[in-house]
Ligand binder design. Structure first.
Ligand SMILES: [Zn+2]
Length: 266
């Protein structure tokens, strides 16, 4: 499933394709994805002003309603006239290009925002991990509220901080030297500050590499991401830790597979 770096990479690609373009008409080729696709008639004639990201949602701002999109498991955007299986929503632009959202497993989302620009799916989300509002105070406060939660589960809670998914939570805990299953209330403030730094660092590095391709995530230009080649622990159960040589362990934390080094992480 695409995580924040992959969604951010798709956002940047879509912005290049769409910002400044005008929509001739938008057409849904089926009624629903994970949720119903609304009537898209209101997008005829609008200009696309920006493509933004909030958590793992893409927001296509227009001179009319904003489009809210989620890639789900297999959602992809591309430009091209050729119709392929699982093409579900088409944006036909005034300049003749066809931009399409394709989603084989249909866990994605294609909706319109409210008139005020908001959407129920965005209400109650925590701060962006790469934004100024996310700092050590956020994790210290969360650790007081969620004393008994596993640390990794806490940083994956979208009300605490958005967009830290399973891969990057495992990698950030490794970089911070903290066991992912440790109760949040037992992790001191200085270590939480360090974790903030490592979350930001691993996400920024992954974005710079075009994200991680596991399964069928692709950038808008069809290329794979590259960061999967640099995982320290994720998916490396039984392999040697690159820092100390110990075998990487796997355990289930908060229902998710988690990977960690028994020696580097305390
Ligand atoms: Zn190690």
């Amino acid at each position: 499933m695409p995580e924040l770096p992959e969604v951010e990479t798709v956002r940047a690609g879509l912005e290049l394709l769409l910002a400044g373009a005008r929509v001739r008409h938008a057409r849904a080729l089926r009624k629903d994805l994970r949720t119903a696709i609304p009537d898209l008639a209101g997008l005829a004639g609008v200009g696309i002003t920006a493509v933004r990201r909030r958590a793992k949602y893409l927001l296509l701002d227009t001179t009319g309603p904003s489009i809210l999109n989620h890639l789900g498991m297999t959602g992809k955007w591309r430009e091209g006239a050729e119709v392929r299986a699982h093409d579900h929503v088409e944006l036909h632009l005034l300049d003749g290009r066809r931009i399409v959202f394709n989603d084989a497993r249909r866990f994605g989302l294609f909706e319109l925002c409210r008139a005020d620009g908001g959407h129920d799916a965005l209400d109650g989300l925590g701060p962006e991990p790469l934004g100024d509002a996310f700092d050590g105070r956020v994790l210290r406060a969360a650790a007081r509220r969620h004393r008994r939660s596993a640390l990794k589960a806490m940083i994956m809670d979208q009300r605490v901080v958005v967009g830290v998914g399973n891969i990057y939570a495992s990698e950030a805990c490794f970089r911070a030297g903290i066991r992912p299953g440790l109760a949040a209330g037992r992790v001191g403030g200085a270590r939480l500050d360090r974790l903030v730094t490592e979350i930001r660092g691993v996400l920024a590095e992954a974005i710079a590499k075009g994200g991680s391709t596991i399964g069928d995530y692709r950038q808008v230009n069809g290329l794979s991401g590259l960061f999967q080649n640099q995982f320290s622990v994720y998916g490396r159960e039984g392999e040697a830790c690159r820092a100390c040589g110990s075998r990487i362990r796997q355990s289930v934390i908060g229902g998710r597979s988690s990977f960690w080094c028994p020696r580097c992480q305390r």
